[in-house]
Design a protein around this ligand. Structure first.
Ligand code: PGA
Length: 256
């Protein structure tokens, strides 16, 4: 069984307190929870030095990777390069990449395939916008995001990490209610179950997770962890979210 997972997405930011101070404050994270941090590419090395130097139990994640293996693709970073640099996880299909950089479901699927092929653990982000939620079309949209991406992948991995991030909740201070998130996660489980019965599914919730709402979200059995943006830039807030997740150890992710 996979442990509950907490992922920090720093986006194009650094913690105001500094990377060294951030890591120093998080050397004693609760047991039984896996923690990964995704700094911007140029800071993956500095981050690695800090966690090694301080013996912090934090994995390194990237925020993106290319769908290509290597070659003349200026500005791209391959999954193999991330692997060589000691990165374990990669966030793919984040709604900002979809909305601002034109990534569609099939491109996200090809990136997932590259990442899995190189032994990285992808964090596959999906989620609906406000209009879709209000029109009652959330399930259909999530299904398309999953199915079209899966069509570009050879096989689903043994363990698939999906981050459900409603676009209207990202960076807005408006989180999905624990019940709404749990219900949507159950729907995602049904969709993935329709594609593969062998895949163990870990579903993170993302979108305005804070120390104030983390415990009530974590109490939902369907929620197996969090992907955190804004609140992950403060070691104090991020550490508080990690502590709020302790109860999740009992919430074992079910088979997909
Ligand atoms: P947020 O961002 O926590 O600031 O809402 C989440 C994300 O974009 O992954």
């Amino acid at each position: 069984m996979t442990s509950p997972l907490l992922v920090a997405n720093w986006k194009m930011n650094l913690p105001p307190e500094g990377i060294a101070e951030f890591v120093a404050a998080l050397t004693r994270l609760p047991e039984g929870i896996e923690v990964a941090v995704a700094p911007p590419f140029p800071f993956l090395g500095t981050f690695a030095e800090e966690i090694e130097g301080r013996g912090a139990r934090i994995e390194r994640a990237a925020q993106n990777c290319s769908d290509r293996e290597s070659g003349a693709f200026t500005g791209e970073v391959s999954a193999a390069m991330l692997r060589q640099a000691g990165v374990s996880h990669v966030i793919l299909g984040h709604s900002e990449r979809r909305a601002l950089f034109g990534e569609d479901n099939r491109l996200v699927g090809r990136k997932l395939r590259q990442a899995i092929g190189e032994g990285l653990i992808p964090i596959f982000c999906i989620g609906e916008d406000e209009e879709t939620r209000e029109a009652g079309r959330t399930a259909a949209l999530l299904e398309r995001q999953i199915v079209e991406a899966a069509e570009e992948m050879e096989n689903l991995p043994d363990v698939l990490i999906i981050a459900y991030e409603p676009v209207w909740a990202i960076g807005t201070g408006k989180n999905a209610s624990p019940e709404m998130a749990a219900e949507t996660h159950a729907g995602i489980r049904r969709i993935v179950g329709g594609i593969s019965h062998e895949t163990e599914l870990v579903i993170l919730y993302g979108g305005s997770v804070t120390p104030d709402n983390a415990a009530s979200l974590a109490a939902q059995e369907e929620i197996n962890g969090f992907l955190v943006g804004g609140a992950s830039l403060s070691s104090e807030k991020f550490g508080a979210i990690a502590r709020a997740m302790r109860q999740m150890e009992e919430n074992q992710p079910a088979e997909g």
